[in-house]
Ligand binder design. Structure first.
Ligand code: ATP
Ligand code: MG
Ligand code: MG
Ligand code: MG
Length: 563
């Protein structure tokens, strides 16, 4: 590939509205351009990276025994009504009408479509287990599309769905996918962690997320230093302001001086965080905890407690709270059901469900904790012991919180879809059996941004080699005027290609400064300079993207270095 015949368009300016470094660098490198909110065009440069990620995901899915197929992105309402998700999925589901007024949605995920395929294709236990996957565009009408392709509305996802006769076989495949995901993220060169997760709108029993660790991540991950345990502390948004000030909004005003971050509150209470409910909580300096636990669309519960010294608690009365907040008692009126929260001092494991802690890092993002209610019994007890008692004595560890970007998610779905959509196969005894399902997603386009969050410096992107648009850039100095330079660069290019190294030749005729700046910005891991002076000395100037200085290498040394 010669850059003179490629389309590369970089910019120096930092786009004003891009908050995250990955978003800024993707725009500056010209990898993506915005078409509309949450909709991005991938330029030829961006697409090379996306395709590299895709290829690695495909290879590992194939290696793990999954089989590729493809489903439509536009799916009929009737299908989604069978599972109940036409109504339940909420506003993220983009609904469309055709000319005959028939209704469709743009697929945000494809459990319904794949179950429909399966019920047409699979009739016997002999055809199971099977794991179908696709790499296909998804659309979710995200409430706040942001950070470029990190949280877009249209994005590329690998989604896989497996079918099993027995639960044991589902668990086996779940572990198989877990291992495949670990290989994918290791091969991509990312620093990642698998964590316990909420199974969210998709439903189901057991679920884990894969997070790329980065300070800019939207998710908080709690882990114990004394064991392998890690879990997502899912953040939730505050209630939207209504005609009357939203409860969370009011509380924020009165409690601002004493708000604490999730990390601080967790550390103060000495607790670990796992599954969460959507909630808003405030923790004040004298140990007053206020929490609103919300359903998807409305505030449906309020839990309040006073925690003197954080050691025990009592239920605060509405009047007491109002007095404390300096607000009208009536303020809490619409929020009925006042219940105590439960504290860690409660040693009873079951009683730890619904413990709520405050978090407030980005103004209003708060987390609650809902202990592992849905985990299978032995795991649940073990997990909780590991973490909670590990504060105490057992694993001797401490709870730490880091931030992560969710790049993958594996679920044991069970029979939710096969049951509601009446999918059965004949079992060994000729009886109808409802297959168990698993589903497994990877955010291919999000990985590109996540990788940049983890790998960049002041000069631009530093791609992990497996996802770089090209591994090596051969920069030619004065190529048009100098046939010897051009020939030497071409020869080197051919040799690299023969060695299976993905190289690009920068023959645009730029001066060294701007040329090197571009090559650094777009993150090419290795740079070679071919110049008249170098050729005369029998050397190529070589510099690794992360290296401080360049060095002069002979052709043999260079090829050995890059091999
Ligand atoms: P998030 O918590 O970030 O909203 P999710 O849990 O809703 O993600 P899943 O339903 O688990 O997402 O989908 C599988 C994967 O698709 C996610 O792990 C993530 O990598 C990716 N993904 C989800 N939403 C988006 C989005 N809006 N933009 C880009 N990638 C996304
Ligand atoms: Mg989501
Ligand atoms: Mg999520
Ligand atoms: Mg998820």
């Amino acid at each position: 590939m010669r850059l003179s015949r490629f389309h590369l368009r970089t910019t120096k300016e930092t786009p004003a509205d891009a908050e995250l470094v990955s978003h800024r660098l993707m725009l500056r490198a010209g990898m993506i351009r915005k078409l509309a909110s949450g909709l991005y065009t991938w330029s030829p440069l961006g697409l090379r990276v996306l395709r590299k990620v895709e290829a690695i995901v495909r290879e590992e899915m194939d290696r793990a025994g999954a089989v590729e197929m493809q489903m439509p992105t536009i799916q009929p309402r009737e299908l989604w009504q069978e599972s109940g998700r036409w109504e339940k999925f909420g506003d993220q589901l983009l609904k469309i009408k055709d000319r005959k007024e028939a209704e469709y949605c743009y697929s945000p995920t494809a459990e319904e479509a794949v179950t429909d395929f399966a019920r047409q294709e699979l009739s016997s236990y002999k055809q199971l287990p099977v794991n179908f996957y696709q790499i296909q565009t998804k659309f979710r009408d995200e409430i706040r599309p942001r950070f470029g392709v990190m949280r877009a509305r249209e994005f590329l996802m690998k989604d896989a769905y497996s079918f099993h006769i027995t639960n044991e076989d589902l668990v086996r495949e779940y572990r198989n996918m877990h291992a495949a995901y670990s290989r994918v993220f290791s091969r991509l060169g990312l620093d990642f962690r698998a964590v316990q997760a909420d199974s969210g709108a998709i439903g189901g029993d057991a679920s884990q997320e894969f997070h790329v660790l980065a300070d800019s991540g939207e998710d908080a991950i709690a882990f114990s230093t004394g064991s392998d345990y890690a879990a997502n502390v899912e953040t939730a948004q505050a209630a939207a302001p209504g005609p009357r000030p939203a409860a969370g909004e009011d509380m924020r005003k009165v409690a601002t001086p004493t708000q604490k971050t999730c990390e601080e509150v967790a550390a103060l209470l000495g607790i670990a965080l796992q599954r969460t409910v959507k909630s808003v909580a405030l923790m004040t300096d004298d140990g007053f905890v206020l929490a609103l636990v919300r359903g998807d669309h409305m505030v449906n519960e309020i839990k309040l407690a006073k925690v003197p010294g954080l050691a025990d608690y009592r239920l605060a009365s509405e009047a007491e709270i109002a007095e404390y907040l300096g607000s009208e008692p009536g303020f809490l009126g619409p929020l009925n059901a006042i219940k105590p929260i439960r504290v860690v001092a409660d040693r009873d494991v079951a009683a730890m469900a619904d413990f709520v802690v405050g978090a407030n890092e980005r103004g209003f993002h708060i987390a609650g904790v809902n202990w592992a209610r849905d985990l299978p019994e032995p795991d649940r007890v073990a997990d909780i012991r590991n973490v909670v008692e590990g504060e105490r004595a057992q694993d001797g560890g401490q709870i730490r919180i880091v931030r992560g970007i969710e790049v993958g998610h594996v679920f044991q779905l069970g029979r939710k879809y096969s049951e509601s959509m009446q999918f059965t196969v004949l079992d060994e005894n000729g009886k109808a059996a409802v297959p168990a399902m698993g589903c497994y997603g990877i955010g291919i386009s999000r990985i590109v941004a996540a990788a940049i969050e983890q790998n960049h410096d002041d000069n631009g992107i530093i791609w992990p080699e497996p996802m770089a648009p090209w591994t090596v850039a051969i920069c030619t100095i004065n190529p048009k005027g100098d046939a010897a330079v051009n020939d030497a660069a071409q020869q080197l290019f051919d040799e690299l290609q023969a060695a299976g190294i993905d190289a690009v030749m920068d023959d645009r005729g730029l001066r060294p400064g701007p040329m090197f700046a571009d090559i650094e910005l777009i993150g090419i891991p290795h740079r070679i300079v071919v110049s008249e002076r170098g050729l005369a000395a029998g050397a190529f100037e070589y510099r690794a993207r992360r290296a401080e200085n360049a060095e002069n290498l002979s052709r043999e040394q260079l090829l050995a270095r890059l091999a």
